[in-house]
Write a protein that binds this ligand. Structure first.
Ligand SMILES: [Zn+2]
Length: 83
């Protein structure tokens, strides 16, 4: 007999599934730009700070009252290209 692999219980399967969902939610929050509908990705997962304007670095995501705006649109907004 060689099947020494223990079977997972339903409870263990559920816990693994919940962990996977939790990790996915933590890594990929469903934040969408209010102006261009682009989803925030891990590649640009940083928030806007005034320091980015001073140093000339790419702008991060801006957290508005009820909506979020990506750095590209925030830059356009500041330059008056969109309203
Ligand atoms: Zn945008």
């Amino acid at each position: 007999m060689s099947d020494a692999t223990p079977e997972l219980t339903d409870e263990q399967h559920l816990q693994i599934a919940l962990d996977a969902v939790g990790n996915a939610a933590a890594l990929m929050p469903s934040i969408v730009c209010a102006a261009c509908n682009r989803t925030r990705t891990l590649a640009d997962d940083y928030d806007y700070t005034p320091l980015q304007l001073i140093t000339g670095r790419p702008l991060g995501w801006y957290n508005g009252h009820d909506e979020q705006m990506c750095g590209e649109c925030l830059g356009k907004l500041m330059r008056g290209e969109i309203h």
